[in-house]
Write a protein that binds this ligand. Structure first.
Ligand code: G3H
Ligand code: 13P
Ligand code: ZN
Length: 312
């Protein structure tokens, strides 16, 4: 089947009490690892591309890689989504350039400005058959193009969500309930706890409406230890507990964003390979196990965290 929007995917996920995985893609091995895992597990999937990914790999290369995956995996629905669209122009370029879903991230702007920008993107996207994710509330965390210091993070205010959805016409809403981007989500020694009370209040105000969770990597300690054992230095890297993500997937959360875990699996695997084989220099020899480990990690998420295995 051709690329799809997330509309039907989210309806099924909402009613079925599971979430669809939204995995960030930056190169061929990552696209292959995710889509092979989803094909084998018969899971729907969202492949998402950030501004940084477009700058790194080039828009056309990424679209063509995803088109190749669609051709190789005709049995599963695949969405091509813009992650953290920073402005109208980037969203438009992706809508015009083959994406079926875009996020406009106006979360750092004042409420009225966020509404105005999001509404403009929705108008253009809907006229072209593309769906839109908006965001209210600010996640902490620092990545390539998405950087918010801890002091500037803020939970979503439930009293704002109805007006935002009504005035913008968005198809899904990303919220901030305690997750954050990157590999350092909670202070070591503390008890990570998402704000389910905020999620429940939001879903009470928006019945049947799909909610999105960003910053949902669990930072597998297996890979943190592998990185640290082979020349890396990531002390205190901690992610969102998997049981809390499972709980969110059973509620109104229909899309769960995962990027850092893929990066950790790739980096850990390659670091270990370099350490153990200082004589090797063929990139295929280390990209192959890296791809295999990302695939295994994605399979685990589909089956044990998102609950979307078998739902394609
Ligand atoms: O939320 C951000 C994503 O993980 C993308 O990160 O901007 O480094 O590509 P990036
Ligand atoms: P992580 O850094 O937790 O993987 O979050 C990714 C994300 O939210 C992409 O938008
Ligand atoms: Zn994000």
């Amino acid at each position: 089947m051709p690329l799809v929007t997330s509309k039907e995917m989210f309806e099924k996920a909402y009613n079925g009490g599971y979430a669809v995985g939204a995995f960030n893609v930056n190169n061929m091995e990552i696209v292959q690892a995710i889509t092979e895992a989803c094909r084998e597990e018969k899971a729907p999937v969202i492949l998402q591309v950030s501004k940084g990914a477009r700058a790194y790999a080039n828009h056309t290369y990424l679209v063509k890689l995803v088109e190749a995956a669609v051709q190789e995996c005709p049995e599963i629905p695949i969405v091509l989504h813009l992650d953290h669209g920073p402005d109208f122009e980037t969203c438009k370029a992706c809508i015009d350039g083959g994406f079926t879903s875009v996020m406009i991230d106006g979360s750092s702007k004042p409420f009225e400005e966020n509404i105005e920008l999001t509404r403009r993107v929705v108008e253009y996207a809907h006229a072209h058959g593309v769906v839109v994710e908006g965001e209210l509330g600010t996640l902490a965390g620092i990545e390539d193009e998405v950087a918010v210091e801890e002091g500037h993070a803020s939970y979503t205010r439930p009293e704002e969500v109805e007006e935002f959805v009504r005035r913008t016409g968005v198809d899904s809403l990303a919220i901030a309930i305690g997750t954050s981007h990157g590999a350092y989500k909670f202070k070591p020694g503390t008890n990570p706890q998402l704000r389910f009370d905020i999620l429940e209040e939001i879903s009470r105000r928006l019945p049947g409406f799909p909610i999105v969770l960003h910053g949902s990597s669990s930072v597998p300690q297996e890979y943190v230890e592998m990185i640290n054992a082979h020349g890396g230095a990531m002390p205190g890297a901690i992610g969102v507990p998997e049981d809390q993500l499972r709980q969110a997937a059973g509620l109104a959360v229909c899309k769960i964003n995962i990027d850092s875990d893929l990066r950790l699996a790739m980096t850990g695997t390659i670091r270990k390979f370099y350490d153990e084989h200082p004589d090797k220099f063929d990139p295929r020899e280390y990209l192959k196990p890296a791809r295999a480990n990302i695939k295994e990690l994605v399979r685990h998420k589909l089956k044990n965290v998102l609950g979307c295995a078998g739902k394609a």
